[in-house]
Structure formats: structure tokens, C-alpha cells
Design a protein around this ligand. Structure first.
Ligand code: NDP
Length: 246
């Protein structure tokens, strides 16, 4: 696998879970990779070491997505360290969950900052550096197209905004040969949503395939979009959700 040789990717939230799988997979395909994290420095550096062991360049950036300055700086540091930017993956995320009436203003603002503002700011900053063949890939959720239970209004709302971002970016950047797409994962076994967690069985019951996915399932879709196969795909919402929304 070497379809991404010579390309440079920035993956936000690449220290664990889906983001770590994406970072590793893009490196396996040949890309050099920068990844951000907010608190799990050791895990981020372990991913970096794995990528370097593949012979690719990699480094980790501590950048809280809730900070516009840190988000913008992550893009600039990537270009400064790795010389260019070809692929931006807006993956960093949190999962606010609970009764509507208990959502605080602080939670509302942080969720919108990490999911919506950071993705916009990173995309805007990346657009200054992306060239022909550039890629922006947002990570949404199956809870955008279907909300089958209560407690996720804020999460679903914040991720739904990424569909508008994706389509707008596709139009703004299409003339420059840059694509923008959104991948909607279904339940994926990570710290955020463990397959043996208390909420797992009800989610499994909604899946056509009857089982959780793995980070690698999302990474495969992102790798495909990042490569030649994705060159005529833009503004698209791609469900990788085990049939959650079927
Ligand atoms: P995890 O909780 O396992 O990992 C989250 C990642 O995002 C970590 O790398 C974390 O960094 C980083 N992150 C969290 N907050 C911030 C922040 N403020 N600034 C920068 N980075 C941050 O989650 P998943 O891997 O499961 O989720 C990844 C994405 O996929 C999220 O956007 C999520 O909403 C989405 N998703 C996940 C699904 C699932 O079932 N798992 C289903 C649908 C969508 P650190 O390690 O430093 O904390």
C-alpha cells in the first residue's frame, strides 16, 4: 500500500480510538502524519512511534479543539514541520449525553467549539495550504440521520452542522480540485463507546449487521477518500455504520 506516498495528513484527535486508527492507516498507505490530542500525551506519542516505525514522519501536537488559536496553530505547525498539507481529518470529538434539561451552557459551548468551530477553523486554515487533490474529511455520526433514543440532542445537533460545513467546503474548494466529505460512523468500539459498555446492547439491536465496528472500518473509508479512488467524490455523506440508519 503506497497510494498516499509523499502526502501529508493532519488528524485531529489522533491519540485514541477512531482517530488513532485513521492516523495509522494513512501512514500505512504512505502518508506522513501529524495528529492532535488534548490530554492523552502518552497515547499520542505511542501512535507517533508506531507511524515512525513504518518509516513515515509523524508528530503529535497538544491542541484543545475548544481553542481556535490552538486549532489554527496545529495546521500551521503541521505545514512548518512536514512541509505541506494534503489531507485534513476533523475527527476530535466528545460525547455529551444526558437529559435535555441538564445540559449546561458550558457543555453546549464546549461541544459546539470542539465539533463545529474547530472543524470550520481547521478547514479554513488548511484551505490556505491544500493544493490540487487536497482532501478534507469530517467525522460525523450515524446520529445525524437517525436519532432513535433520547439524551443526544446536543451531540446530534453539533454533528449535523458538519454536513453543512462539508457541502459548503465542497463548493468553495471544488474549483481548486479539493474535495470535502463526511463519514458517519455507527457504533465503533472505542473509549467513547465501548462494545461492552452499559449502552452497547441497545445500540447493537439497531444495527443491521448486529455488531459494533472497529476504528479500522472508519479508517478504510477515510483512506479510500484520501486516495485516487476519492477524486470524484465531494460533498458526500458516507455512512459506515453497520446499517444503523438502514
Ligand atoms: P475517543 O473518545 O475514543 O477519542 C477521542 C479523541 O478525540 C481522542 O484522541 C481525544 O484526545 C480527542 N479529543 C477529545 N476532545 C478533544 C479536544 N477538545 N481537542 C482535541 N482533541 C480532542 O472517541 P472515538 O474515537 O470513539 O471518536 C472519534 C470521533 O468519531 C468523534 O468525533 C466521535 O464523535 C465520532 N464518532 C464515534 C462513534 C463511536 O461509536 N465511537 C460513533 C460515531 C461518531 P485525548 O486522547 O487527548 O483525550
Amino acid at each position: 500500500m503506497s497510494g498516499l506516498m509523499g502526502r501529508v495528513a493532519l488528524v485531529t484527535g489522533g491519540s485514541r480510538g477512531i482517530g488513532a486508527a485513521i492516523a495509522r492507516r494513512l501512514a500505512l498507505e504512505g502518508a506522513d502524519v501529524a495528529l492532535t490530542y488534548v490530554s492523552a500525551a502518552e497515547k499520542a506519542h505511542a501512535v507517533v512511534r508506531d507511524i515512525q516505525a513504518l518509516g513515515r514522519r509523524a508528530f503529535a501536537i497538544a491542541a484543545d479543539g475548544a481553542s481556535p488559536e490552538a486549532t489554527q496553530r496545529a495546521v500551521e505547525v503541521t505545514v512548518a514541520e512536514l512541509g505541506r498539507l494534503d489531507i485534513l481529518v476533523n475527527n476530535a470529538g466528545i460525547f455529551p449525553y444526558g437529559p435535555l434539561e441538564s445540559v449546561t451552557l458550558e457543555e453546549l459551548e464546549r461541544t459546539l467549539a470542539v465539533h463545529v468551530k474547530a472543524s470550520f477553523i481547521a478547514s479554513q486554515a488548511a484551505a490556505r495550504h491544500l493544493g490540487q487533490g487536497g482532501r478534507i474529511i469530517n467525522i460525523g455520526t450515524c446520529l445525524v440521520d437517525r436519532v432513535p433514543h433520547s439524551g443526544v440532542t446536543l451531540y446530534s445537533m453539533s454533528k449535523a452542522a458538519l454536513t453543512g460545513l462539508t457541502k459548503g467546503l465542497a463548493r468553495d474548494l471544488g474549483p481548486r480540485g479539493i474535495t470535502a466529505n463526511i463519514v458517519h460512523p455507527g457504533p465503533i468500539d472505542t473509549d467513547m463507546n465501548p462494545a461492552d459498555g452499559p449502552g452497547a446492547d441497545p445500540q447493537r439491536a439497531l444495527l443491521a449487521l448486529g455488531h459494533y465496528g472497529e476504528g479500522e472500518d472508519i479508517a478504510s473509508a477515510v483512506a479510500w477518500l484520501s486516495g485516487e479512488g476519492g477524486r470524484f467524490v465531494t460533498g458526500a455523506s458516507i455512512a459506515v455504520d453497520g446499517g444503523y440508519t438502514a
